[in-house]
Design a protein around this ligand. Structure first.
Ligand code: ADP
Ligand code: ZN
Ligand code: MG
Length: 478
């Protein structure tokens, strides 16, 4: 980008709609299932027939409150619904029921990985519109989606780049998924992102006039979208023009935005309170009850794992992604509380074994009791590391008791500390030439002495432990 574009900063705010994973719609008992036969999930309420009356779905309220709690928002003890009036064929009531004057959640924030705090302005419940299907000259209407519960999340204009916005969206999606609020499938429209973008001279206090851009189909489109839109607005300003508030569309094919309409104002929508619904009142006890039901966030789960097991964030992330691996880890830990060793075997050796066998963690047959027993054999020095690894490999595909196996195959190595020391003394006494070499600083001599000791023990010793004993004997000589 040329110097002209560097003289301007980008300012972005997001408006995000998520479809909720409730079984039924926001104001009627119709199913929210995606992909049913057109108009099969409809009733007088969601088809907008006169005289029908809405009834609020308690589960949708719960999910919005959970999100509010997760993002540190204020949860309104009294909120209500409003009608947003507009005519469009996918909107059979001629109004959308939303929360304009008193949203359920206000304020709050979400921190990006880079520890930037993005402020949430508000989050509210509203119902979705139907879908128009354009077939040649005809347009067909499917009202299955009409009335599906949505949460709209409005951020403050706190992003200074598309990359930052993407980071936020990934984090938000993780929260929505782990709380079971939405499946967040952009392809099926259950997560929709509108990007508000303006530019201002670098360092300026006041924000510029923004354009709102719709039709974003994936997070990765945000970067080219922001690049195009920044250029368009800066070019306009540089040519002496002034951006106006407008709604634009993103065309992924040409990687450009195009004008759709001038920005509507709240006046255009003639918002007024929905008369068919009572106010939504929540007591502290209601909110506390919802809080108890909240599954822990992925972040919180990782944090807990790190504290409980003393493992790294990366290790916790791997365990979190693989439920079978995590279950095996936990069961083994209960028997052999040595998280470092367990993880070392599972993540280092285990991952390599899986790759070699073309297996996943779900395929692993090994029982935690057997794995713990194997680790114990290694810790106590009764089998060598080589034997341990070989057995681990076998235990991934067939389950057996390693203790019985090791006994039957005569794989127990010399373990008695006294006997190791005895052997070490013997080796030192029998090889004066090597001892002299070692004392003269030749480290190779130690290898030789260890080899002699291993030979004397017919290989049934932990070479490292034996070497330690020999070194100890040698040090006593000096
Ligand atoms: P309105 O009330 O006109 O709808 P809001 O203040 O509610 O505007 O903001 C709507 C969205 O636009 C929010 O996501 C907000 O972050 C974003 N936004 C507001 N002003 C700007 C701006 N100057 N540049 C970029 N985004 C903005
Ligand atoms: Zn219905
Ligand atoms: Mg607004």
């Amino acid at each position: 980008m040329s110097i002209l574009y560097e003289m301007y900063e980008t300012v972005i705010g997001l408006e995000i709609h998520v479809e909720l994973l409730t079984k039924t719609k926001l104001f009627c008992a119709c199913s929210t299932a995606f992909g049913g036969a057109p108009n099969s999930n409809t009733c007088p309420v969601c088809a907008g027939l006169p005289g029908s009356l809405p009834v609020l779905n308690r589960k949708a309220v719960e999910k919005c409150v959970m999100l509010g709690l997760a993002l540190h928002s204020d949860i309104a003890r009294c909120s209500w619904f409003d009608r947003k009036n507009y005519y469009y064929p996918d909107n059979p009531q001629n109004y959308q029921i939303t929360q304009f004057y008193a949203p359920l959640c206000t304020g709050g924030y979400l921190e990006t990985e880079g520890k930037k705090r993005i402020r949430i302005r508000e989050m509210h419940l509203e119902d979705d519109a139907g879908k128009l299907l354009h077939r040649g000259k005809k347009t067909l209407i499917d009202y299955n989606r009409s009335g599906v519960p949505l949460i709209e999340i409005v951020t403050a204009p706190d992003f200074s780049s598309a990359e930052e916005a993407v980071e936020f969206l990934r984090k938000l999606r993780e929260i929505l998924l782990s709380l079971g609020i939405s499946d967040c499938k952009m392809q099926e429209g259950s997560l929709r992102v509108d990007v508000n973008l303006s530019v201002k001279p670098a360092g300026a206090e006041e924000n510029g006039v923004r354009a709102e851009i719709k039709n974003v189909n994936s997070f990765s489109e945000l970067v080219p979208l922001a690049a195009f839109e920044k250029k368009r607005q800066v070019d306009l300003l540089a040519a002496g023009g002034r951006p106006v508030q407008e709604t634009r569309g993103w065309d992924g094919r040409t990687q450009t935005t195009f004008f759709m309409r001038r920005k509507e104002t709240p006046r255009d929508y003639r918002y007024f309170r929905e008369p068919d619904l009572p106010a939504l009142a929540l007591t502290d006890a209601d909110i506390a009850a919802i809080r108890v039901k909240m599954p822990k966030s992925a972040d919180a789960v990782r944090q807990e794992m790190m504290e409980r097991f003393g493992i790294s964030a990366a290790e916790a992330a791997v365990l979190q992604k693989e439920p079978s691996l995590y279950a095996l880890f936990c069961e083994t830990y209960a028997l052999q509380p040595d998280p470092k060793r367990i993880l070392n075997r599972l993540l280092q050796e285990g991952t390599a074994i899986l790759r070699k066998n073309g297996q996943t963690w779900e395929d692993v047959r090994m029982r935690a009791v057997d794995f713990a027993a194997l680790l114990e054999l290694g810790v106590s020095g009764r089998i060598s590391l080589t034997t341990e690894k070989a057995l681990l490999q076998r235990m991934f595909s067939e389950s057996f008791d390693p203790v019985a196996y090791v006994r039957s195959q005569d794989l127990i190595q010399q373990t008695d500390e006294g006997e190791l020391m005895e052997t070490a003394r013997q080796v030192v006494a029998d090889n004066p030439a090597s001892v002299r070499d070692y004392l003269a600083g030749k480290d190779r001599a130690l290898q030789y002495l260890t080899g002699q000791g291993m030979k004397a023990l017919a290989g049934r010793a932990d070479a490292k432990r034996l070497q330690d004993c020999i070194r100890e004997v040698l040090e006593d000589l000096t």
